[in-house]
Design a protein around this ligand. Structure first.
Ligand code: PHE
Length: 369
């Protein structure tokens, strides 16, 4: 086949002059430069030409290709320039393409839990306060009636740093191991009657596993006045549990020991995954897949480990030595205090079986709340 390059060039120029937008320009480009376009067709025909003609045709088709490429580039630039002045570059904006939605974030489930707990206490007259995560040894231990040789320091010892102030050398600071030191700060700065809740992070020398983390969140509660009784503590915490977990929840106070409260108790609630009986019927709970065998047989509740009760906080009446350490006059005030673990409560409320998942930033987990 012989090619009339002169004629081809003219046709191309004529066609190019009629191209008005980028879409037509692309059709034009494909027609001539595409894989099945004219230029390729001419290249393919070279092998069937007499040997003598091949170099000449080859040269002409190369010239043709570069001419078309130039035409396409020039045309593209001209169309773009023309559209640049227009508010919406019509040639490039296809309004029918579905938009890219920006993911809207929301509060972490722990923040939501802290807010929900604090707002219940705010409704009962408590004020939300904060304390620092780096605490003095005095506030974290000594003022809370935990002397240097007290065994409970072992499970509470975190990183210590000497005071950066040369005047205060030997006055150690550490990452607080509970929110209770905030009690001291609140009392040092306020006179009773007072009622505060203090949410925040705490640190422990614990190895990480499904139920332990070296960092977690607590909410401390402190109420000080002249005539507070243990029955007030029970009443207050019962109201809280019923508002947070629902009216059906049962509670029990187990005698316990904390150096900074006397008497002290741990509070358990009836396991509301299994209803307190220790067994989970097939598909009766959000945790059914975790708690029931594949055959659908009832399984022992893995959340309370068949005990029917779940420990949710420590509490008690403020120890007189704590008042003294905070600078209150002897024998004038009484108070109640409690401390609850936020992760623990969120795990119970939402049926989460591994504490680590709160801190892994896995969106598939986080977006469920
Ligand atoms: N600080 C205690 C703990 O971390 C909890 C607690 C707070 C107990 C207040 C009694 C009163 O285990």
């Amino acid at each position: 086949m012989s090619w009339n390059f002169q004629e081809i060039q003219e046709t191309i120029e004529k066609e190019a002059s009629q191209v008005a937008n980028l879409k037509d320009l692309e059709t034009f480009r494909i027609k001539y430069l595409g894989r099945k376009g004219l230029v390729q067709e001419i290249f393919a025909s070279l092998s069937s030409l007499p040997h003598m003609e091949r170099p000449l045709v080859g040269k002409s088709v190369n010239t043709l290709r570069s001419n078309i490429t130039t035409i396409v580039e020039d045309k593209k630039k001209a169309i773009r320039d023309r559209c640049a002045g227009i508010a919406a570059p019509l040639e490039e904006l296809d309004v029918t393409i579905p938009g890219v939605t920006m993911g809207v974030g929301h509060q972490h489930v722990l923040t939501q839990t802290i807010d929900a707990i604090c707002s219940i206490f705010e409704g009962l007259g408590f004020v939300v306060q904060e304390g620092p995560e780096i605490e003095t040894e005095f506030n974290n231990f000594t003022a809370l009636n935990i002397p240097v040789d007290h065994p409970s320091r072992d499970s509470f010892d975190t990183f210590y740093i000497d005071s950066p102030d040369p005047q205060r050398k030997g006055r150690y600071q550490l990452m607080r191991s509970h929110t209770s030191p905030a009690q001291i700060r609140v009392m040092q700065n306020n006179a009773p009657p007072l009622a505060v809740v203090v949410p925040g992070r705490v640190y422990r020398p614990d190895s990480v596993d499904a139920s332990h983390s070296f960092m977690f969140h607590q909410i401390e509660g402190l109420l000080v006045d002249v005539d507070i009784r243990f029955s007030d503590l029970k009443g207050l915490l019962t109201v809280f549990c019923q508002r947070f977990f629902g009216k059906k929840i049962k509670m029990r106070f187990r005698p316990h020991f904390f150096p900074f409260t006397e008497p002290s108790a741990e509070v358990d609630i009836s396991c509301y995954i299994c209803g307190g009986n220790g067994w989970v019927a097939p598909s009766s709970s959000v945790l059914s897949s975790m708690n029931t065998s594949l055959t659908g047989e009832p399984q022992g509740c893995s959340v309370c480990r068949r005990k029917g009760w779940l420990e949710i906080m420590g509490c008690g009446m403020v120890h007189p030595r704590v008042f003294t350490a905070a600078g209150y006059p002897k024998g004038k005030y009484v108070g109640l205090a409690f401390g609850l673990g936020v992760e623990r409560i969120a795990m119970l409320k939402y049926g989460i079986n591994d504490i680590r998942i709160f801190f892994e930033n896995d969106v598939r987990f986080l977006e469920q709340f």
